[in-house]
Ligand binder design. Structure first.
Ligand SMILES: *[C@@H]1O[C@H](CO)[C@@H](O)[C@H](O)[C@H]1NC(C)=O
Length: 316
């Protein structure tokens, strides 16, 4: 089973544009399974008052349990290229140039404005090394590794692709100022890697728990208050604290493997990685306000404008 990373584009640019639009939606759906049965968590004020017995940490555990089961329940959908449109689309994100995998960047109009917690390379580099050590030799070019200088936890979007909120230069400045004020009130987080999961769409991600510091649920509440024009519908569950490590784009090199064994093989690799890095602790002390000029710029090394704010832990 080989993977055609480079697709024939003879259908013309309209098709490419259409594919891109669907592709972006698909990407944002990757984590929206998190919304299943947890709609109340999208409204933290409601969830904290409706069920005070479930702690933020427990909410995350329940969510991660679901994410962990996704691959088993839905199979490796990223392998089913050709027949299901999605994985065809995922491979449209990349091309092979001079023997190496390159992202296909597309301008984001208007730019996406994302607020993310930043994972310092002090922590991201050892993780990235472990991820490569376990996965690289099996996947050759059928894997894209997240740039370890840009490991991040998506918190809240002032504008995203599904619901774009255009802003003037002045409005962007005002948003950045408001986010800086939020950062000053957030306490640095000590976090621990709860587990690594591989989704059915091929995204390998780290799911984290909070040991101390301001909980992501509270951070999102503060950001929503500071960014009143932001889309009501956000992309992620309010409790999640995750970072993408890599994207699998196709089958492992051992092409003779049966479909049923492949699932086991993926689970074995994820379990090997968990053995290496589960329990890894990190400190997070920066909130970034990022304008992404290309679609998925943070994930695909596209064009960015980053404003970095230190978490201050000041009382408002
Ligand atoms: C990774 O990100 C850093 C910081 O944005 C950038 O300088 C570097 O060129 C990126 N690496 C690759 C391979 O794109």
């Amino acid at each position: 089973m080989d993977v055609a990373l480079v697709r024939n584009r003879s259908n013309g640019s309209k098709t490419v544009v259409l594919i891109w639009c669907i592709c972006v939606c698909f990407y944002f759906l990757i984590l929206q399974m998190a919304f299943k049965n947890s709609s109340s968590h999208n409204h933290p004020a409601a969830s904290s008052s409706s069920d005070p017995s479930v702690s933020n940490g427990e909410q995350r555990s329940i969510l991660y349990d679901k994410m962990e089961k996704d691959l088993e329940e839905h199979g490796a959908r990223f392998l089913q290229h050709g027949e299901t449109s999605q994985s065809l689309l995922l491979s449209e994100l990349f091309t092979v140039k001079d023997g190496s995998l390159r992202p296909v960047l597309k301008e984001a109009k208007p730019p996406v404005r994302a607020n993310v917690l930043y994972l310092n390379p002090e922590y991201s580099i050892p993780i990235a090394e472990a991820v490569k050590h376990v996965f690289k030799s099996y996947f050759d070019k059928a894997i894209w590794f997240q740039n370890s200088s840009l490991y991040h936890f998506s918190m809240f979007h002032a504008s995203h692709h599904i619901l774009p909120v255009p802003a003037t230069v002045e409005e962007v400045e005002a948003e950045a100022t408001a986010v800086k004020a939020v950062a000053e009130g957030i306490c640095p987080l000590k976090i621990v890697l709860d587990r690594v999961v591989l989704t059915s769409t091929g995204v390998l991600m780290g799911c984290w728990q909070v040991i101390s510091g301001t909980d992501p649920i509270s951070i999102r509440v503060k950001l929503r208050a500071a960014l009143p024009h932001a889309p009501e519908k956000q992309l992620y569950d309010a409790a999640i604290l995750h970072t993408s490590f890599a994207r699998l784009l196709g089958s492992p090199k051992a092409a003779s493997m049966e479909q049923s064994n492949q699932l086991q093989f993926f689970q074995e690799l994820v379990s090997r990685l968990n053995d290496k890095i589960r329990g890894f602790e990190a400190f997070v002390s920066e909130l970034w306000y990022v304008e992404e000029y290309d679609v998925l710029a943070l994930a695909l090394d596209g064009r960015l404008n980053v404003r970095r704010f230190q978490l201050g832990c000041n009382r408002a």
